[in-house]
Design a protein around this ligand. Structure first.
Ligand SMILES: [Mn+2]
Length: 468
C-alpha cells in the first residue's frame, strides 16, 4: 500500500499581489499530483488548506478541478479534510462541490451519511463520522478545529472519536513538532493529547516539513507534516543572505526549511518528494549609515537570481532612522521578479522591544498581542472570539496555553460561592475517580455520558461548542 500525503496547497493565493505567485501555487499543486499519479499511489491525502480561502475564485476552482481530474482519470481516490483557511460553517462548501464532481472525498464529522466504494459512516451524536477504507487500510480524519473546541475540560474530543486505525489525518499544530515555527507558542494540541493506535498521522497546518518518529513520541506511528507546497512565509525562504555590519562580503546559504514538496508513504514510512519552486531569498543587511545600507543592498542584488522573490531586511542603528521610500527604487533595474524592503533600523535612544515585552506585559497580554499580529486569515474573528471568551471563562490566566481547569477545581469554586448540594459532591467524586483512571493512562471518555447532565440532550455539537 502506497499513498501520497499533500498539505497546505493554498490554491488561489496571490502572494504579494503578484499574479505570477498565483501561478506558482497552481504549478506546485499540479507537479505534486502528477508525481503522485506517476508513482502509482493507491490514494492521495490532502490534509487541509487545499484553498487559501473558503470561497475560492472561479479561477482557483477551475484550476483545482483541472488538476484533480488527473488522479480521477486513473481512478486514484483523493481524501481530504478542510483546514483553517478553507473550512466553513456554511451548510455547503466548495469541498461538497468537488465531492459532487467525484474529485475528492471529505472525511470527518458530517451532517449526512456517506457510503460508496471507499466511504463508510457511523452515527455519532447528531452527526456521522465518515472515514475511508481502501483495501484493508482505514483512513480517519477531521477538519481543523481550535484547541478550545477539541480539549474541553477533561474531554478530549479526538480521543473520544478516534480509537485507532491505520491513518489519522488532521490539520492542527502539535507542540512537539512546532518548535521554530510560528506555532511554537500557539499550538493546538500537545503530543499527549493525540489518540494512539494509528500507523501514520497525516498532518497539515505547520508549513515546514517535520516528522516525529514513534521512538520519539511513544505513539504507534510517525507524525508527519509535509509542509506547504509553495513558500507562504519568509521563514520558508530557499536561501538566506546575511550581510552583517562587520562582514567584508555577504554570506549566502541554503535554508534548512527551504525544500518544498510532499510525502510518498510506503508501509507507513514517509519519503519526501521535492516539488520545483521559485527561489525565495531572505536577505538581512546591517549597517550604521544610510549610504552603507544602499551600497550593500546593491552588492547583494548581484547574488539574487532574476526569477527570485527577495525580502530584504534592513538593520542597524542609523542616525535619524531611514525611510523605506528611499530604498524601494534601488533595485529597479536589477530584473529581480519581486522584491520588498522591511526596516528594522532604529534611530538612537529607542527602548529595547525585548524589555517592553519581558517587563511590562503580562503573559496573557503577550498572547493577545501574538494573536492580534496574526493574519486575520490565519486566525479568523470567530476563532478569536472563541479564544477570548474561553480566556475570560477561565478568569484570564497568566500562563500561555494553560491547562484548562479541571472539573474538580470548578467544583471547589462552586463550594465557596454556593451552598453545597449533594449532586455537586457526587460529581466531584466521580470526577476524581475519572482523573485517577486518566492518570493510569486509560481515558474513558464514554463514561461522561453516564454522569448527571443538564436537561439539554448530550451531543457532539455541544462538545464542539455548537460549531463543527
Ligand atoms: Mn495552511
Amino acid at each position: 500500500m502506497k499513498f501520497a500525503h499533500i498539505a497546505d496547497v493554498h490554491l488561489g493565493r496571490e502572494q504579494f499581489n503578484q499574479p505570477f505567485r498565483y501561478d506558482d501555487y497552481v504549478k506546485a499543486f499540479r507537479e505534486a499530483v502528477e508525481k503522485a499519479v506517476s508513482e502509482r499511489v493507491d490514494f492521495i491525502l490532502i490534509a487541509g488548506d487545499l484553498f487559501h480561502v473558503s470561497r475560492p475564485s472561479p479561477k482557483a476552482l477551475r484550476d483545482a478541478v483541472e488538476i484533480l481530474e488527473i488522479p480521477r482519470k486513473k481512478e486514484i481516490p483523493v481524501f481530504a479534510i478542510e483546514g483553517n483557511h478553507d473550512k466553513t460553517i456554511r451548510e455547503a462548501s466548495v469541498f461538497d462541490l468537488l465531492e459532487h464532481l467525484g474529485l475528492i472525498r471529505t472525511l470527518g464529522l458530517r451532517r449526512e451519511e456517506k457510503r460508496d466504494e471507499f466511504l463508510r459512516s457511523k452515527r455519532v451524536a447528531d452527526r456521522y463520522l465518515v472515514w475511508a477504507e481502501v483495501g484493508d487500510t482505514r483512513i480517519y480524519g477531521l477538519r481543523h478545529h481550535t484547541r478550545w473546541q477539541l480539549i474541553r475540560g477533561n474531554t478530549n474530543v479526538l480521543k473520544a472519536l478516534f480509537r485507532g486505525g491505520d491513518i489519522l489525518m488532521l490539520h492542527q499544530a502539535v507542540d512537539y513538532l512546532a518548535k521554530d515555527t510560528p506555532y511554537q507558542d500557539a499550538f493546538d494540541l500537545k503530543l499527549s493529547e493525540l489518540p494512539d493506535g494509528f500507523s501514520y498521522y497525516a498532518f497539515g497546518h505547520i508549513h515546514v516539513r517535520r516528522v516525529a518518529e514513534p521512538e520519539q513520541t511513544g505513539l504507534r506511528g510517525s507524525i508527519a507534516y509535509p509542509g506547504s507546497l509553495e513558500r507562504t512565509d519568509v521563514r520558508e525562504a530557499s536561501h538566506l543572505i546575511i550581510y552583517g555590519e562587520r562582514d567584508k562580503r555577504p554570506k549566502v546559504k541554503e535554508n534548512r526549511d527551504g525544500p518544498k514538496g510532499f510525502y510518498i508513504v510506503e508501509d507507513f514510512q514517509p519519503e519526501f518528494v521535492e516539488v520545483k519552486t521559485r527561489p525565495f531569498y531572505r536577505v538581512t543587511v546591517s549597517a550604521s549609515s544610510k549610504a552603507e545600507l544602499k551600497r550593500k543592498v546593491e552588492e547583494v542584488a548581484g547574488l539574487i537570481p532574476k526569477e527570485a522573490v527577495a525580502i530584504i531586511y534592513l538593520e542597524g542603528t542609523v542616525k535619524g532612522g531611514i525611510s523605506l521610500a528611499e530604498f524601494n527604487d534601488l533595485l529597479k533595474g536589477s530584473g529581480i521578479a519581486y522584491y520588498a524592503f522591511r526596516s528594522r533600523v532604529t534611530g538612537e535612544a529607542i527602548i529595547s522591544k525585548e524589555l517592553v515585552g519581558e517587563e511590562v506585559l503580562t503573559d496573557w497580554e503577550k498572547e493577545l498581542l501574538l494573536h492580534l499580529r496574526e493574519e486575520p486569515k490565519k486566525f479568523p474573528l470567530d476563532e478569536f472570539m472563541d479564544w477570548l471568551l474561553e480566556k475570560y471563562r477561565q478568569g484570564v490566566p497568566s500562563k500561555m496555553n494553560v491547562r484548562l481547569p479541571k472539573p474538580a477545581e470548578e467544583s471547589k469554586k462552586l463550594e465557596k460561592t454556593e451552598e453545597i448540594k449533594p449532586i455537586v459532591a457526587e460529581k466531584t467524586k466521580e470526577t476524581e475517580k475519572k482523573e485517577e483512571k486518566e492518570k493510569a493512562g486509560k481515558p474513558k471518555v464514554e463514561k461522561k455520558e453516564k454522569r448527571p447532565r443538564p436537561a439539554k440532550p448530550s451531543s457532539l455539537d455541544a462538545w464542539l461548542g455548537g460549531k463543527i
